[in-house]
Design a protein around this ligand. Sequence first.
Ligand code: 1GP
Length: 229
Amino acid sequence: MYDVKHWKHVFKIDPNKPLDDKDLAGLCESGTDAIVVGGTDGVTLDQVIQLLAEIRRYSVPCVLEISNLESITPGFDYYFIPMVMNSGEKTFVMDLHHEAIKQNRSLLNWDELLVEGYCVMNEEAKVFQYTGCYLPEEDDVIAYAQLAEHVYHLPIFYMEYSGEYGDPQLIQKVKKELNHTRLCYGGGIKTPEQAVEMSQYADLIVVGNVIYEDLKAALETVAAVKQKM
Ligand code: 1GP
């Protein structure tokens, strides 16, 4: 098994967005710690299986971040399970997970599952709207981080700004609250400088959209984060 605790940088690929073979090869061979497959809407089992088969041509670890019950499939190294802490709907905090266990019990390897306590910070993000989030104040965010670490003992607390670059000062404050739970940051990273800035505080950064807008810039974030180490 891979040592997820030491991962610093991952690319998140949306199965519902086209990506040509050459670009996928570049991502897989970039030196990133893992490729995460996940998206908010329209993700199908066929798309996930196809992407898994393509990524498996490379040695990079491969993670499925569960988008919906229909697209769960065996074959990934790890499964990241989003628990949307600032959702107003219990479905996204517990019920989907409960149903997923019932449907996939025979396939489950508990050691491959990592629950991510999501705190969604961008009101414009699809995930914010889809999961019925409210926008937390700073004090709320800190309390979610404490809940993630001290009450739920989650492996990951995920500050999710998807599509928008977040507030590095808030990320720094959140990091100060976490000793065991790893802090993950994702959202709007488009340059190596931004990748370095956020990885000063976050244990793990996620680079998503820029893959589809400027692959070269996306690839440069890997070296920026790794050289900083
Ligand atoms: C999305 O946090 C990731 O879930 C990455 O965000 O797509 O804005 O890079 P971006």
